[in-house]
Design a protein around this ligand. Structure first.
Ligand code: UDP
Ligand code: MG
Length: 310
């Protein structure tokens, strides 16, 4: 196998980057044209200095460094923009996914796929996180009708051309999993190992998962808006019916009118809030047109690759 860029997003991974470098180079010794592209996502520890050191001692190592923390999605998008090889393998710096399984994903991709996702066979994360992930997937697939690769993780192999297309959808959501089916990329999943983190700390926050869920809700599904239409129709039908029924039951006109007002008011508020949320999203998307900033990089900076973060 030749021509592989390994994309490694790093946020405060000073305790881990060198181990990751060692394990990755050992596992991928057979790859002819290997590039290790680390992204320092605005770390406040010594991640950047360590990356500089690695880049100085090994020409296969390249890095990008953000001016502040932009999040995993922005880090991977930037890396996809700068990858020099035809295939990208993305792996977390903590190596919870085993690097020696990257060739497995590549072999699967060679069967004719653009993206191969690793699905954690025996996920080594706290039970709360696993439950939250299952709930999110269920809501997205069943309630919102969004196609998501089942159980897919950030351990994956992506054809660089496809990765760039997805990363370059500046107005789109950064949520990679939902965008892969959206652009019609051929994808599949393979079971992969998973181990607990051994150094540094998890940057996972429930807020991140909640943020992703909102992205999915408003960025990939029209169903919530359809619910608004339904509520509006319901208000039109229900309001007068309720008024008539209350009068029929002998309540005085004032009570009936108050009841009607409350129902219609509540429905209007719900509808306005939902439509407002779509507007908010539209504005957020427009704001994303601005590029994010790279503080330092030992790769050539191409302005057209200054992608929008999430
Ligand atoms: N990461 C990043 N930016 C962030 C948060 C995380 O680049 O804002 C990187 C992190 O350094 C790691 C990967 O994303 O390489 C996954 O993060 P982590 O292992 O903390 O998440 P978990 O495995 O607990 O979900
Ligand atoms: Mg991890």
């Amino acid at each position: 196998m030749s021509g592989l860029t390994v994309v490694v997003p790093c946020y405060n991974e000073g305790a881990q980057v060198e181990t990751a470098y060692g394990e990755l180079t050992a596992a991928l010794a057979g790859v002819e044209a290997l590039e290790l592209l680390f992204v320092d996502d605005g770390s406040s520890d010594d991640t950047l200095e360590r990356l500089r050191g690695l880049a100085e001692s090994d020409p296969r190592v390249r890095y990008l460094s953000f001016t502040r923390n932009f999040g995993l999605e922005a880090a991977q998008a930037a890396a996809f923009g700068y990858a020099s090889q035809p295939w990208c393998a993305q792996i977390d710096c903590d190596l919870q996914a085993p690097p020696e399984e990257i060739p497995l994903l590549l072999a699967k991709a060679a069967e004719g796929y653009d993206v191969v996702f690793g699905v954690r066979r025996d996920r080594q994360d706290a039970w709360g996180r696993r439950v939250a992930a299952v709930v999110q997937q269920w809501v997205a697939r069943r309630l919102l009708g969004i196609e998501l690769p089942p159980g897919a993780s950030t351990f994956r192999v992506v054809r660089t051309e496809v990765a760039r297309t997805i990363a370059g959808l500046r107005l789109g959501s950064p949520y990679f999993l939902a965008t892969v089916p959206l652009v019609g990329a051929r994808y599949t999943t393979v079971p992969t190992g998973h181990r607990p983190r051994t150094a540094g700390r998890s940057k996972f926050r429930l807020a991140r998962l909640a943020g992703h869920s909102f992205e999915l809700f408003f960025g990939f599904s029209w169903r919530p808006l359809n619910a608004v239409y339904l509520l509006a129709v319901l208000g039109v039908v229900l309001g007068p019916s309720l008024a008539l029924a209350t009068w029929g039951l002998g309540a005085d006109g004032g009570t009936a009118l108050a009841a009607l007002g409350v129902v219609l008011g509540a429905l209007t508020l719900v509808c306005t809030a939902l439509v407002g949320r779509y507007l908010h999203r539209l504005m957020a998307d427009m704001a994303k047109i601005r590029p994010f900033y790279i503080r330092e990089a030992n790769v050539e900076i191409r302005p057209e690759d200054a992608l929008a973060p999430g």
